[in-house]
Design a protein around this ligand. Structure first.
Ligand code: KMH
Ligand code: ZN
Length: 270
């Protein structure tokens, strides 16, 4: 039987600003409220970044703690912190939220061009983040921006630096990384061990078709304003709306939605 569908909401990211989207959740309270609304709409996991008082991307542990507290007092959604941060941040800066022992964190297993920038993840930096996550009993989600990153992720598992409980998320359509096509998604999934869990995060207008494809293929889905600001061409979205649309499609496909508790069971989060 196909697993229940885990919906991840990527609430804000590090790149967009209020100039791009006037309702982007930036403060701890806004992030808490957006997480609750998305949870009510069907999200089981919240992937979070935080911003400083000027709205700039930050990996400050105090800011993460404030956002996590606002989420935890509203709902039991699984909190997944970013270790990707923003391009140009050094690895110590990016690792800061791991000191808070979140349930989950991201781990990008390679470098890519990211628009006109470079999202740099050296083998040494990747191992450092992975070891810290293991020591702090934080569940890793591999952020796979291109196909070679799967090999690097599986190597970490083989070496025991990452345990057997982990999840893959395919981020597809970043300019400079793997294009968001159906055949590329099939190719990515074909690289995984049979029992691996995976989700897809399509960038921009690729979000909806790739999410729908993932649902049909037995994978899971990530949506949210980090990856896509629009509900449809010319119409800005909210996180809640993007999650609710996936929940509606899942219902039509007779794919039940996982609660956070059920997602913990699927993932093997103890
Ligand atoms: N902001 C991107 C450069 C993650 O959260 O782990 C990296 C990113 C990945 O968003
Ligand atoms: Zn992110």
């Amino acid at each position: 039987m196909t697993e229940k569908l885990m919906i991840t909401v990527a609430l804000v990211g590090a790149e967009a600003s209020r100039a791009d989207h006037p309702q982007l959740p930036l403060t701890a309270v806004e992030i808490g409220k957006a997480a609750e609304a998305s949870w009510r709409a069907g999200a089981a996991i919240a992937h979070i970044h935080v911003r400083d008082h000027l709205g700039n991307a930050s990996q400050d542990a105090g800011l993460y703690r404030a956002a996590m507290d606002e989420i935890k007092k509203r709902c039991d959604i699984i909190i997944q912190v970013s270790t990707g941060g923003a391009v140009g941040m050094n690895i110590e800066e990016r690792a800061q939220p791991l000191s808070l022992y979140p349930e989950m964190a991201t781990l990008t297993t390679g470098s890519i061009n990211f628009g006109e920038d470079v999202f740099l993840n050296t083998p040494q930096d990747i191992r450092m983040l992975a070891r810290t996550m293991k020591e702090n009993r934080i569940y890793p989600e591999f952020e796979i921006f291109d196909v070679g990153m799967i090999r690097n992720a599986l190597q970490l598992v083989k070496e025991g630096i990452v345990g057997k409980n982990h999840h893959f998320d395919f981020v597809m359509g970043v300019p400079g990384a793997i294009p968001a096509t159906a055949s590329n998604l099939v190719h990515l999934v074909a690289q995984l061990p049979a029992r691996a869990t995976w989700s897809v995060a399509g960038i921009g207008r690729a979000q909806l078709p790739l999410a729908t494809m993932a649902m049909v293929m037995g994978g899971h889905v990530r949506v949210g304003l980090e990856d896509n600001l629009y509900f449809r061409k010319g119409e800005l979205a909210s996180n809640e709306q993007l999650v609710a649309r996936i929940a509606r499609i899942a219902k039509e496909l007779e794919r039940p939605i996982a609660t956070p508790g059920e997602a913990r069971e699927i993932l093997g989060i103890s």
